[in-house]
Design a binder for this molecule. Structure first.
Ligand code: HEC
Ligand code: HEC
Length: 311
């Protein structure tokens, strides 16, 4: 009996030691990822400031408000005792803001490469998507961002708990650094895409609004690493959208309420940035979605829906 309990003790101690080593390994893996500095080669785009371009930039910038606040002065992006605190930076150029000393090339580096002026890889900031904008649209967006009113707003410093670092190192939050999926040598975009109601324009819209990041590569459903987020539903014609008219689609992305009566939470489905676009653009987007093959729900989506139904 004695030797048995001795062995149990040794095994338990070993498990604890291995667990602690694994935890420290994962934590430092994450810390090393965040401490890197990167120097992507940045190609300048013309920054536009004529009134039509600023109008266009203003529409494109609505998508940024979801995370950077309606006044672009930044937010407490999340604040959770078990994970830690993260702010989304102040973009108004005011004293003390992240963009206070931004030059044109700095904007392009951040938005296309996901790396800030000091070479820091940016987390969560969806540069892999925003970087798909044509040169003209990106130049309009940056032109507009340089005109937003300066607002001084102090924000806390990002700080993760020990546990969060372990989970992040283990990849539990998905890929946190868009700069790791961006093909830096290839991010020079098409000069201009003419706005139209064509599915081709809709395909461009889908790229720069990142629908596939949440609805899956083939748009038939995706699951967020954020456990409290509902899944990105099937938006091929096999989903609800297949039954909607163009007007109902526009109404959905402008009001956040679907024809079936579902209220879409903008925290998870960023409809305000989509609905800000004009009727012709939304028609192009709708035409693109309707032109896709009608695919049954992806297995990840079905699994998540089943799990949710159990609760
Ligand atoms: C899903 C949320 C989200 C969206 C949408 C988003 N951002 Fe960000 N952005 C962030 C977060 C979070 C950070 C901070 C990242 C960090 O500190 O690692 C950030 C960082 C930045 C920075 C870098 C500031 C610095 O430190 O130099 C700029 C500039 C920026 N965002 C501009 C934009 C613009 C312009 C848009 C819209 C076209 C936008 N962001 C959309 C979340 C978002
Ligand atoms: C940040 C993630 C995210 C992005 C980006 C995103 N969506 Fe969604 N979308 C969701 C989630 C999550 C839901 C489900 C919300 C719910 O169930 O409450 C949803 C729901 C929808 C619905 C309602 C579907 C239904 O059957 O009720 C439509 C339509 C839709 N999205 C279209 C789009 C389009 C088009 C784009 C790109 C232009 C897009 N979404 C971009 C996350 C996203």
């Amino acid at each position: 009996m004695k030797t048995v309990s001795k062995w149990v003790g040794i095994i338990l101690a070993l498990v604890l030691v291995v667990g602690a080593i694994a935890a420290f390994y994962l934590k430092s893996k994450f810390e090393n990822l965040s401490k890197r500095t990167l120097e992507p080669k940045v190609t300048a785009v013309p920054i536009l400031s004529d009134s039509a371009s600023l109008e266009r930039g203003k529409v494109l910038a609505v998508a940024c408000r979801n995370c950077h606040g309606n006044d672009y002065a930044g937010l407490d992006f999340f604040n959770d005792p078990s994970i830690g605190y993260m702010s989304s930076p102040n973009l108004t150029g005011a004293k003390g803001s992240a963009t206070e000393n931004y030059g044109d090339l700095d904007w392009t580096r951040t938005l296309r490469h996901g790396v800030n002026p000091s070479g820091k890889p940016l987390m969560v900031m969806p540069s892999e998507v925003i970087g798909q904008l044509s040169d003209q649209d990106l130049g309009s967006l940056i032109g507009y961002m340089k005109t937003v009113p300066e607002i001084e707003k102090p924000l806390g410093a990002t700080q993760f708990t020990f546990m969060a670092k372990i989970l992040a190192g283990a990849g539990m939050f998905g890929n946190l650094y868009p700069c790791d999926i961006i093909k830096h040598d290839e991010v020079q975009s098409i000069p201009h895409v003419e706005i139209s109601n064509s599915p081709e324009y809709g395909a461009y819209f889908v790229r720069y609004e990142g629908c596939k990041s949440c609805h899956g590569a083939t748009l038939n459903g995706g699951v967020s690493p954020d456990p409290i987020s509902p899944p990105g539903l099937n938006i091929t014609p096999a989903g609800n959208i297949g039954k909607w008219t163009l007007d109902q689609f526009r109404e959905t992305v402008r009001s956040g309420k679907t024809p079936e009566g579902k209220i879409l939470d903008p925290k998870f489905m960023p409809w305000p940035g989509i609905g800000a676009h004009n009727d012709i653009e939304l028609e192009g987007l709708f035409n693109y979605l309707k032109s896709q093959p009608a695919l049954a729900n992806s297995p990840e989506l079905d699994k998540k829906l089943k799990d949710m139904a159990k609760k």
